[in-house]
Design a binder for this molecule. Structure first.
Ligand code: NCD
Length: 355
């Protein structure tokens, strides 16, 4: 049985949890027929408040391959949310029909908020620019399946490290393994958020900042590319300045000449030019395999979480939370209870609450 109920950020998962999910995943890959009915009679609610191709299809494919079923939406305008229904009510109602909820939202902390009101496990399929832990499961699975183990690697994280939600839980996840070093490759305007840097420093994880792929490539075992998340830029963001720099953060086939033979190039996809198409022909490009592994590890996750018993949930006290981040779920869902992390940050979006 999994030792976690909700998967909101990667801190919900420890090493034994990961190992048990990964071992189940490997068994599913080896003997898919044995799992064809493993979720028969189970129902997954799939609530996508924000666009998605891979993650939504991946969860659908995962549930269907387990013999389970799904209901949900990919356009919230077709639901009572368009009438002004609160997230808490939408979740309470949905949880009463389903065995687990997978949700994606443009608002940071939305999945955490949902988990406070849900009788069934909530899986975060992306909350604004904050987290995307099931993509991290796909990333770890790809690394482990390709290299045989995860520790002892130098990992380049490249592109939009500020708004790219996949790299934030990836840092937490990789910190569970020994001797992992980071090279942070991004324009100044798109550097890692403070709370991730605070985590890296507090854990004493080795890192350096690099101004281009060229500067870092020869040292890397893994290069994790990301798309610039223009849809998350605030109105006053200097996007013109970022555009001028982007060629330094675009991976070309030529860049790979200076890379290790066993380098792995990962990307959560979709890409919009930051990985040249010519790179696809290089065997070090693993991003399409990564998408396939994502489906298998989501099967393992769904199998574990849909087996958990229902648990009545409702916050004891509502209201009283105030967060300065306009993208935080608490900016619109004002009734949410006060939630503060051990570091004194917002318990929904991790933004500093004071100062
Ligand atoms: C990512 C996402 O939605 O955060 N895609 C995905 O889930 N595979 C990355 C992105 O949109 O750039």
């Amino acid at each position: 049985m999994a030792a976690f109920r909700d998967l909101i950020s990667f801190s919900d998962i420890d090493l034994p949890c990961w190992e048990s999910l990964y071992s189940l995943c490997r068994d599913i890959i080896a003997r898919p027929g044995d799992y064809a009915d493993a979720c028969r009679g189970k129902l997954l609610a799939s609530l996508f408040f924000e666009a998605s191709t891979r993650t939504r299809f991946s969860f659908q494919a995962a549930m269907l391959r387990l013999g389970g079923s799904l209901f949900g939406f990919s356009n919230p305008n077709d639901t009572s949310i368009a009438k002004g229904e609160s997230l808490a009510d939408t979740i309470r109602m949905t949880a009463s029909y389903a065995d687990a909820i997978v949700m994606r939202s443009p608002q940071e902390g939305a999945a955490r908020a949902a988990s406070l009101y849900s009788e069934v496990p909530v899986i975060n399929a992306g909350d604004g620019g904050h987290h995307h832990p099931t993509q991290t499961l796909a990333d770890l699975t790809t690394i482990a399946m390709t290299r045989g183990s995860i520790g002892g690697v130098t990992v380049g994280l490249c592109g939009d490290l500020k708004y790219g939600r996949t790299v934030h839980p990836l840092v937490t996840a990789l910190s569970m393994f020994p001797d992992v070093k980071f090279r942070l490759i991004s324009p100044d305007e798109l550097k890692m958020p403070d709370y991730v840097m605070d985590f890296i420093r507090a854990r004493g994880i080795a890192y350096t900042e690099c101004a281009s792929i060229r500067e870092a490539i020869s040292s890397l075992d893994i290069l994790y590319m990301t798309r610039v998340q223009r849809e998350r830029f605030p109105e006053n963001f200097p996007s013109g300045a970022v555009d001028k720099l982007l060629s330094r953060f675009t991976l070309t086939a030529d860049d790979l000449r200076g890379a290790k033979r066993e380098l792995m190039v990962l990307h959560p996809l979709p890409r919009v030019g930051e990985v040249e198409r010519a790179v696809d022909r290089d065997p070090r490009a693993k991003y399409f395999e990564q998408a396939r592994y994502g489906m298998y590890i989501r099967m393992a996750l769904l199998l574990k979480l849909t087996a958990l018993p229902r648990e009545a949930r409702y916050p004891e006290r509502e209201g009283g939370h105030s967060c300065p981040n306009p993208a935080c779920i608490t900016a619109t869902e004002k009734y949410l209870p006060r939630l503060v992390t051990a570091e004194g940050n917002c318990g929904y979006c991790d933004r500093k609450l004071s100062g």
